[in-house]
Design a protein around this ligand. Structure first.
Ligand SMILES: [Zn+2]
Length: 434
C-alpha cells in the first residue's frame, strides 16, 4: 500500500549541506513520489510524523553481520590474538547460524535507524529462503537491504579457495535480480589473499560488472608484513599494483594510509569505509579521515563487526567519528557533524552505486527512511538537528523505519522479525560454538 508520511520535519541534503523543511512525503511503491505541504493521502496508509524528524536511513558501509555471535566475547585482546578467538568460533558456524546471527544484526540496525549494510560474510547461501540462506536469506526475509560479499582468503588454485569462490559466485547467481540485494567480491585482506587470488577476484569483478570490498591498512603488523614481503610497498600501493582498484572498490579502515596512498585512492575513485570504534577498540589507531576528505575521497562510515565494536549502532559510530578526529588533530573544527552524517548517508549510497537513490530524501529516490522522535531531551532545544543526531542522539529515538517503501518497524515494534525466536536461536548457537 502507498504511504503518506504526514506532518514531519524532513531532513534534506542540498549542495549547501543539510537542512530541514516541514513537509509531507508520499511514497508510491518503493519510491518517494512527492515531497510537499498538504499532500493528498487518498488511498495511502498515513503515518503521523508530528514531532518527528524524517531522515534518510543510515548506511553501514562495512560490517560482518554474523559477528553478533562474538559480541562481548573476546574483548581487550591484541589484534592477532583477537583474530585467533574469532576464527575458532567461526569454524563451528553453519549457514543456518549465519542466517540467525544476521537476523540479530538486522534487529539492532533497524532499532537504530540503519536501512542498508555492506556485509563481508563467512558463508554463502545455498538456497533462496529459510535458515540455510545465510546473509542473503536473512536480509530478504526481513525486508532489509544489503550489499553482500563472501570474505575470501587463500590462493587462486587451491581446492579450498576455488570451492569458496564457487560458492560466492553461486550465491550471486542464485539471487540475481533481487532488488534489495546486490553482490560484490570480498577479498578479505592483502595479508590473507595471495596475489594470484586478488587478481582472479578482480578479473571476476570485471566479467560480472561488480565491485569489491577489502580490508586495507588496518594494523601496524599488516603494514610491516606487506612491506617485508612486497618490496617495501604499503598494502594500498600493493593491491593497486595488482589491479584491485581498477574496478569499483570499498576499502575498509585504511588506518595507516600514507599521503601517497590517499592521493592514489582519490585518483582511482576508491571509497573508504572508516570504522573508528573498531579501530580504537583493537588498538589500531584511527584513519586519516580529515586528509582523505580534503583529498576528495568518498569517505563513508561502518561499524565493522560486533566482535570489534561491540555494536552496530550507526549513531554511536557517527558520534565517535565526530569526536576522535577533533581529539587527534587538536582541532575542534575538524570533521564536523555534517561531514559525519554525509558519510553515513550520501557517501555510503555513492560507495554502493546508489548515489541519489539512497542516503537522501528526494523525489524519485528509494523510500529507505527513519522517523526519529524529536520530543526527547537530547533534541531540546532544537538549535541544530544535525548536531542533535551526531552528538546527542543514542539511536533509541528512532521510532519507525521503512525500507524500500515497506514499514519494517513502527512505534519501535518490528513488523517482519519475531525477536524472541531470533534470541532463542542465538542462545542455542552461542552455547554450541562459543
Ligand atoms: Zn571488517
Amino acid at each position: 500500500m502507498d504511504i503518506l508520511i504526514r506532518g514531519g520535519l524532513a531532513l534534506l541534503h542540498t549542495e549547501k549541506g543539510w537542512c530541514t523543511r516541514e513537509a509531507d512525503i508520499r511514497i508510491r511503491g518503493n519510491r518517494i513520489e512527492k515531497i510537499g505541504k498538504g499532500l493528498d493521502g487518498e488511498g495511502c496508509r498515513v503515518l503521523d510524523a508530528e514531532g518527528k524528524l524524517v531522515m534518510p536511513g543510515l548506511i553501514n558501509a562495512h560490517t560482518h553481520a554474523y559477528m553478533t555471535i562474538h559480541r562481548n566475547y573476546a574483548d581487550d585482546l591484541a589484534f592477532f590474538d583477537w583474530l585467533d578467538h574469532v576464527d575458532r568460533v567461526e569454524q563451528g558456524m553453519t549457514e543456518e547460524d549465519v542466517y540467525w546471527t544476521t537476523k540479530l544484526a538486522i534487529i539492532e540496525m533497524l532499532r537504530s535507524g540503519t536501512t542498508c549494510f555492506v556485509d563481508m560474510a563467512i558463508k554463502s547461501a545455498r538456497e533462496k529462503s529459510g535458515p540455510r540462506a545465510a546473509v542473503a536469506g536473512a536480509v530478504l526475509d526481513s525486508g532489509f537491504r544489503a550489499v553482500i560479499c563472501r570474505g575470501l582468503a587463500g590462493e587462486a588454485n587451491s581446492e579450498e579457495s576455488l570451492r569458496k569462490f564457487g560458492e560466492a559466485v553461486y550465491e550471486m547467481d542464485l539471487f540475481a535480480g533481487e532488488e534489495r540485494l546486490s553482490f560484490v567480491h570480498g577479498p578479505h585482506a592483502p595479508y590473507s589473499c595471495r596475489a594470484d587470488y586478488l587478481q582472479k577476484l578482480t578479473g571476476s569483478c570485471r566479467e560480472r560488472g561488480i565491485g569489491q570490498h577489502i580490508h586495507l591498512s588496518e594494523s601496524q603488523a599488516e603494514m610491516e608484513g606487506i612491506a617485508r614481503d612486497h618490496g617495501g610497498m604499503t598494502p594500498i600501493a600493493y593491491v593497486d599494483s595488482l589491479g584491485v582498484f581498477d574496478v569499483p572498490c570499498i576499502a575498509a579502515h585504511c588506518v595507516y594510509a600514507t599521503k601517497e596512498d590517499i592521493a592514489l585512492m582519490a585518483r582511482k575513485g576508491v571509497s573508504v569505509a572508516i570504522c573508528p570504534k573498531s579501530n580504537m577498540k583493537l588498538g589500531n589507531g584511527f584513519s586519516p579521515a580529515k586528509e582523505m576528505l580534503e583529498a576528495g575521497i568518498n569517505v563513508c562510515l561502518g561499524t565493522d563487526g560486533c566482535g570489534s565494536n561491540n555494536s552496530l549502532n550507526m549513531f554511536a559510530e557517527m558520534n565517535a567519528a565526530a569526536l576522535v578526529y577533533k581529539g587527534a588533530n587538536h582541532a575542534a573544527q575538524c570533521v564536523g557533524a555534517e561531514d559525519v552524517l554525509t558519510m553515513a548517508t550520501v557517501n555510503g549510497a555513492k560507495a554502493i552505486g546508489h548515489a541519489g537513490e539512497l542516503g537522501e530524501i528526494r523525489e524519485g529516490a528509494l523510500a529507505d527512511l527513519a522517523l526519529v522522535n524529536l520530543c526527547e531531551p537530547q533534541f531540546i532545544p532544537a538549535h541544530n538537528i544535525v548536531s542533535g543526531l551526531v552528538y546527542s542522539s543514542t539511536g533509541a529515538e528512532v521510532d519507525t523505519v521503512l525500507v524500500n517503501g515497506e514499514i519494517l518497524m513502527e512505534g519501535r515494534k518490528l513488523t517482519t522479525i519475531d525477536e524472541d525466536e531470533v534470541y532463542g536461536e542465538i542462545r542455542k548457537i552461542a552455547g554450541r560454538v562459543c
